[in-house]
Design a protein around this ligand. Structure first.
Ligand SMILES: [Zn+2]
Ligand SMILES: [Zn+2]
Ligand SMILES: [Zn+2]
Length: 414
């Protein structure tokens, strides 16, 4: 236990990861949204005021007295997303209002607006726009959660609240907590009416998607990203309505936020319609196969139908993600791992199937029983009751945790 924990006396502070790196030094890119790698199109640009925020924030230490006109000239057209800190007011805002929350809220809404506009665009966004939509949505989630924390107690925005320093806070020279810790802290301090789960499947999936895009390049389709982002978007809208906007004391700020929300609401409805329409389009292909239908790794929709018999080149009907090759290949693709690397590193193989003998039994939630685990063979579609603790084969499992065969062998020894 380090001294910081003793200072703070709160266990959520103890959970925070490693040492603080001042943001002003710009040496820790780990949790940042990747900067744009080229000029953006006009419709992607943020309004000058909000576009200036992240730059102003990063430059606080160097340019404390930058004038509004200089700021406008030097402002980066890219919504230079930095999800790990509440953006500081621009110089122009600081001279007009003495309210730290003002730009952070509107800046968060601006990221949200940018994301949803792109996602709801007719015909679908271009792959590059889609990538920024995901990055911006994730940034919006983090910023807006932290705006509520900030209103309650600015120290809670810090990754390590015990190290809070007002001057550094105002300069943006600190590392702030991520979405998971922000939700934990909001719950702990009873600031949430919205039912947010720090480890919600939707939020984790969005984070994984963001990481895939940031570190491994583009692999998911427009439909997949729309389906993945919609649940998070809906949760965030509820949070804004119930927990954040009612707390905004400044009437001008509240009015601007409401106006922005109206626009975001309309776009969110369009997005929900796209997803509902796509679901309706594929409904016939899925009907009657619910017990053999598993959720797609890419879009999260129950839309991969396992065949009754040898599987080859499985595909997600919703987003088109392919799981090429045999059932065994598909099973590994499904969990996003390479069998050679995993097994070489001491990881486990899949359980063997009692029907076809392939090691391709995956524990999944089917469309027929989304709340209980099924043990489905990706090779032949056989549904098993469980996996034997002793032989690691799937099949009928007795009360001992063993399959029939292992149970018989064991009995015969007595
Ligand atoms: Zn899919
Ligand atoms: Zn099988
Ligand atoms: Zn067994």
């Amino acid at each position: 236990m380090d001294e910081r924990i003793e200072q703070s006396g709160e266990e959520d502070r103890a959970e925070a990861p490693d040492p603080v790196t001042p943001l002003a030094g710009a040496t820790e890119p780990a949790n940042r949204v990747a900067p744009a790698d080229g000029p953006r199109t006009d419709d992607e640009r943020m309004p000058p005021e909000t576009a200036a925020v992240p730059r102003a924030e990063a430059d606080q230490a160097k340019l404390p007295d930058v004038s509004p006109s200089e700021l406008a000239e030097t402002s980066d057209p890219v919504p230079a997303a930095r999800p790990d800190a509440i953006p500081m007011p621009t110089a122009s805002v600081r001279v007009r209002v003495d309210d730290f929350h003002f730009p952070a809220l509107l800046n968060g809404l601006d990221f949200l607006s940018s994301a949803v506009e792109s996602l709801a665009r007719l015909g679908g966004p271009a792959p590059r726009d889609l990538k920024y939509a995901v990055l911006h949505l994730y940034t919006a989630v983090e910023v807006l959660l932290k705006v509520r924390l900030e209103m309650h107690d600015p120290t809670l925005v810090w990754e390590k609240p015990g190290q809070y320093d007002e001057a550094k806070h105002r300069a943006g020279a600190f590392r702030s907590c991520g979405a998971e810790y922000a939700i934990k802290r909001l719950k702990k301090h009873e600031l949430l009416k919205t039912d947010l789960d720090p480890k919600s499947e939707e939020l984790v999936a969005l984070e994984e998607l963001r990481n895939r895009l940031t570190h491994f390049g583009w692999t998911d389709t427009t439909d997949a990203v729309r389906a993945r982002t919609l649940p998070v978007l809906l949760q965030l809208m509820t949070f804004l309505r119930l927990d954040l906007l009612p707390q905004v004391a400044d009437t001008n700020e509240a009015w601007r936020a409401e106006r922005e929300m109206d626009k975001i609401n309309i776009q969110t409805q369009h997005l929900a319609e796209f997803v509902a329409h796509r679901k309706a389009e594929i409904a016939d292909k899925l009907r009657g196969h619910e017990a053999m239908t598993v959720p797609c790794r890419s879009c999260g929709q129950h839309a991969i139908v396992l065949p009754e018999g040898p599987a080859a080149d499985l595909i997600c009907h919703f987003c088109g993600k392919s799981y090429p090759g045999s059932g065994v290949d598909a099973a590994w693709e499904y969990i996003g791992e390479d069998p050679h690397t995993t097994i070489k590193d001491g990881g486990e193989d899949f359980a063997g199937c009692s029907a076809c003998g392939e090691r391709a039994v995956v524990s999944v939630h089917t469309a027929a029983s989304p709340d209980t685990l099924s043990y489905l063979c990706f090779g032949c579609g056989t549904d098993h009751e469980g996996v034997c603790d002793y032989c690691q084969n799937a099949g009928y499992i007795t009360y001992t945790g063993m399959c029939d065969e292992c149970y018989d062998i064991r009995l015969s020894r007595f």
